[in-house]
Design a protein around this ligand. Sequence first.
Ligand code: SAH
Ligand code: SF4
Ligand code: F3S
Length: 472
Amino acid sequence: MQDLKVLSPEEIKGLDEPRISPSQNQTDFSKKIYLESYGCQMNFADSEVVTSILMEQGYSTTSNIHEADTILLNTCAIRENAEQKIRHRLQSFKPIKAKNPHITVGILGCMAERLKTKLLEEEKIVDLVAGPDAYRDLPRLLEEIEDGNKAVNVFLSREETYGNIEPVRLHTNGVTALVSIMRGCNNMCSFCVVPYTRGRERSRDLDSILKECTSLFEAGYREVTLLGQNVDSYHWQNPETNQSINFAQLLEKVAQLTPELRVRFSTSHPKDITNDVLYTMSKYGNICKNIHLPAQSGNNRILDLMNRTYTREWYLERIHSIRQILGESCGISHDFIAGFCSETEEEHQDSLSLLEEVKYDFGYMFSYSERPGTPAEKKLADDIPEETKKRRLQEIIDLQRIHSAYRNQQMIGSIQRVLVEGDSKKSSAHHFGRTDNNKVVVFPKNDEMKGKFVDVKITHCTSGTLLGELIN
Ligand code: SAH
Ligand code: SF4
Ligand code: F3S
């Protein structure tokens, strides 16, 4: 099965490719962990928590798999090919383990949670299985392995948010950082495995979020992305004052820390995103005008089968409010699934017509992959032939490419405030950064400007990237 997305290289922040954790504490003689991360931004944020927990216990990390004592894969289970990738990766560890039988191989994250002890049976090379809520237990689990046992903890918590753990920033550009504000998901989209791999939704306490953002700013970071599967249902109650905080209020508090810190967030759910959130966005210049609003389908029967709990009309009303409150230049991106159970050709056309109506800036597009244990797997037949799924997916991708180019062209001639994230991947004579509405801009540099806000006049574009020049 094929998953494709329209992304420029700078925009691919490790979404489908694994990320290898860089080496830390290279000169010491402690046990070395090699960590690869797969899946969504939340998994990448979790890897920073895992690294923090292990370093606290005296472990160090290495980016060289051959000097590792322990190999950890933080895995994703969202589609079948995500799991296939991990199984192939495990195969490739066989020669390493044959050479050094004392090496520990551990599976963390969503695939660990989904398969539990079955992973130990199916993949003999695996010694350790730890689900997303079991990371505080990792030092003990690793000790258990030293005693010659296999170790498993896939307990899902109702409370764990790792709120008091200061993540060790991995792959950092020193400018942008991920901040997890909640865990789990209480929605039951029929296709989705996340409620089973990440458990019940819980929100992280406000103070620890504000503290983390403040210390990131003090360390030179200039942008935070607040992360949750459904940020609009963030809800935290102060145990002392009983005061409740919702997402709009949290957003406001983070924005008020300093106008020099940009704030982004992901993911918004169409059923939950409120006008309060949109008004808060419009009130603060440092809250980026960009909303990731997955649609999944443009057809009401399919949306109902997916249990998305909104209709096409409701979704379009939300888009209308975004445009009214934040204007035409607010970036809007989507997720769509092609070829969901029983989707007809006309229903697929409804997805294309929704794309046409919204003309998104950007999107992540997937063909449906049945996941064991989900409501769709139990109740609906995965009956769309693979070639049809592929063809429909390609039609969605092709249309999105046209819209991305269209939205980018609209920006030619405008002056954009850009946060410089580093050198362009293609040329060290160019910087790259992002606009407020999350578009990648490449421009010739005339000084070291990483971490600075600069004004760039947009002169050209491709469907994935804006090109421009610095203005004073
Ligand atoms: N919490 C977010 C997204 C989580 S998963 C939300 O509610 O939108 C990211 C995306 O993966 C989903 O939006 C969906 O488009 C896609 N996805 C999830 N399960 C899938 C499946 N079984 N097959 C194909 N794509 C899937
Ligand atoms: Fe999955 Fe739906 Fe929750 Fe998103 S909102 S994580 S798609 S169940
Ligand atoms: Fe994958 Fe788990 Fe994220 S299934 S998409 S890593 S929440």
